[in-house]
Design a protein around this ligand. Structure first.
Ligand code: SF4
Ligand code: SF4
Ligand code: FES
Length: 251
């Protein structure tokens, strides 16, 4: 039995095979792929790369919605592809795949995530324990308001889907973007962290939270159901309060 035959069964509607168009630089390549039961978009790309064109570049790791590496533009919309079923997004049997928007393309469907993660660094999206962190574990009540705020944004898998969905990143490539700001908000609410003031200053600048137009595209597209828009609203509030505190101290 061939490797292809060994995979999931071809569905009865296989006669209406899937037409796949893949952006490869300036060109678009066309492929035909059998429709299979419970087929995901990532399955389709993998089948093309294994059986039809081994030079096709794309990225994935976990295949179960954890690593955040399989983001692509699927029929015009940014998505994680390992958990996107073909039947849900291509009922007419036509699939157009492009790399994620707002990031440099390395090759075909693989983008360079460095600018995305650089913005996490700029937003202080890393835990700061302070110079003398306590030896003991911190006690954080699950029901406390700060912990609830953290819970709302902590499940981010760094997939970049929200970043690709944000028009503001397209218009202003310097803008920190929804994921970095969402991460900053979880850390602002982390009672163990010691960089609250520094982080608020880092996200308050021209390319930070106050630039956000709150149009919710990031929130609509996040595959984990997070709401960077609300996290950014929290940052707007807290950076505003920090500015007032500075003003009254000077006065
Ligand atoms: S709400 Fe803000 S961060 Fe989200 S997509 Fe709109 S402008 Fe971008
Ligand atoms: S906020 Fe959602 S869409 Fe954005 S990087 Fe995190 S998991 Fe992906
Ligand atoms: S391959 Fe890991 S999230 Fe899709």
């Amino acid at each position: 039995m061939t490797a292809a035959a060994d995979r999931a069964a071809v569905t009865p509607e296989a006669s209406a095979a899937l037409q796949v168009h893949i952006r490869r630089g300036a060109a678009v390549a066309a492929f035909m792929v059998p429709r299979r039961a419970n087929q995901t978009v990532l399955d389709v790309v993998t089948e093309i790369q294994r059986d039809q064109d081994p030079t096709l570049a794309y990225r994935f790791a976990c295949r179960v919605g954890m690593c955040g590496s399989c983001g692509m533009t699927v029929n015009g919309r940014p998505r994680w592809t390992c958990r996107t079923r073909v039947a849900a997004v291509a009922p007419d049997g036509v699939l157009t795949l492009e790399p994620l928007r707002n990031l440099p393309v390395v090759k075909d469907l693989a983008v360079d995530m460095e600018p995305f993660f650089e913005k996490w660094r700029r937003a202080h999206g890393y835990f700061e324990p302070g110079e003398n962190p306590p030896d003991d574990f911190a006690t954080v009540e699950p029901e406390s308001p700060a912990r609830q705020e953290v819970d709302a944004g902590i499940e981010c898998i760094n997939c970049g889907v929200c970043y690709a969905a944000c028009d503001l990143v397209t218009w202003n490539p310097d803008y920190l973007g929804p994921a970095a700001l969402n991460r900053a908000w979880t850390l602002v609410n982390d009672v163990r962290d010691r960089d609250g003031a520094g982080r608020l200053a880092a996200v308050a600048g021209d390319a930070g939270c106050h630039s956000c137009h709150s149009h919710m595209s990031c929130t609509e597209h996040c595959p984990k159901g997070l709401s960077p828009t609300f996290s950014i609203a929290g940052l707007k509030r807290e950076t505003g309060k920090a500015a007032l505190r500075r003003f009254w101290r000077r006065g």
